[in-house]
Write a protein that binds this ligand. Sequence first.
Ligand code: AR6
Length: 206
Amino acid sequence: LPTLSLLYKLKRIAAADDVEPVYAANATFNDKISVIKQDITTLCIDSIVNAANNTLLGGGGVDGAIHRAAGPDLYDECETLNGCATGSAKITDGYELPAKKVIHAVGPIYWSTKREGKHTALLSGCYRRSLELATENGLKSIAFSALSTGVYGYPSGEASEVALDTVRKFLEEGKGNELERIVFCNFLQKDEDAYFKNIPKYFPQT
Ligand code: AR6
């Protein structure tokens, strides 16, 4: 997968006058980041992050695709987990997936949580808890689906900023040193576009 440093060379990512960086450029961090548009179930990686719901028992969208590709053993393990709170995540094996582990994150439903002013903290919590689970389990790579941006209605631009900011802070805090690769795996063009627009703010070019 191309790293961010390579993507900067290959593509023109956002106009310099379009965004103000909120962090200083750091080549080490940029070399850990990839942005791709792909079916996440095909990734041969240590962990993929599923956009699950509170039951952790499957559903539509990326959740359905992951359960179909992983096979019935994934459902059986999920049944033992007693669900998961919104804004948090739990980890399972990957079973028939090429990914070793699946991290099931429960993103917020945008409009209802926005009314309470909790949408940003809940989405950020999903990214942070997923990163913690990856490092606690000795995993070196993680690929995030665009959590909450499907049926849960979180706008792609806003969601990408929460994701990028949370990952950047985690790395700045020195908590992600063991993580070699963090992938933002998009399925739709609008989500990939949102990442390419916002990346220079959080991971500026050196
Ligand atoms: N690979 C990567 N990304 C995908 C794939 C795939 N195979 N399929 C869809 N996406 P959604 P949510 C993208 O709706 O909004 C489920 O029923 C999709 O384009 O899957 O968090 C759960 O059980 C979008 O960008 O999740 C919950 O009930 C992103 O994945 C509910 O949906 C997330 O869209 C969760 O809603």
